[in-house]
Design a protein around this ligand. Sequence first.
Ligand SMILES: [Zn+2]
Length: 227
Amino acid sequence: MNVIYLNHSGFLVETENKVLVFDYYSQGGRFDFFNPQHFIGKDIVFFVSHNHNDHFDARILDWAERVSYVVSDETRLSSDFQGEVLYVKPHEVYQFRGMEIETLLSNDEGVAFVVEADDKMIYHAGDLNWWHWNGESKEFNDEIAKSYQEEIQQIKGRQIDVAFVPADLRLEDKYCWATDYFMQEVGAAAVFPMHFWGRFDVCEMLKEKPYGDKIHNITKENQKFTF
Ligand SMILES: [Zn+2]
């Protein structure tokens, strides 16, 4: 399979028959990371985990004739939008275009996705993260820990092929807690850090971890990984 890092939490996953694009984001208005013409004969599906503008760029809707959409329920598209859309709520399982799509509840907004396509299992966290902020109250941080752990426990035992997990250095020394816990409880054959606001060095930092051999080292936008 191929994985292309687009920007921020935006990734393209290419399997045998499908192209899955998660949380497309083009920082600075550039819009050249994706072109349906590059994937003739493949079924293209865009996933939108939630409504925030660093996860949802409405210009993806311009490709409605060629692609379909899986969109978190609170991200309502305009009623005259003609494309094929599956709206998803947390804690549900959907069958859509030959895929099984399971959703978790994000502790920020919207959902996280577990998608089985072409016998590959893909986890994309959206904004489900261990949002431990050093300056926050103990109550806040305890609640965040609980909500994150409860969601990850729901997918314990899955054989995840590729996982996209937030590693946000604004959380200072706690940036890695989401990945640490995910790798301890679930694990994945390949892991891509995301939501790192251009701080590519976070990949090198995670490579120092005991699970570091699973971490893919992203160094630039539009970088392609084949494995
Ligand atoms: Zn975000």
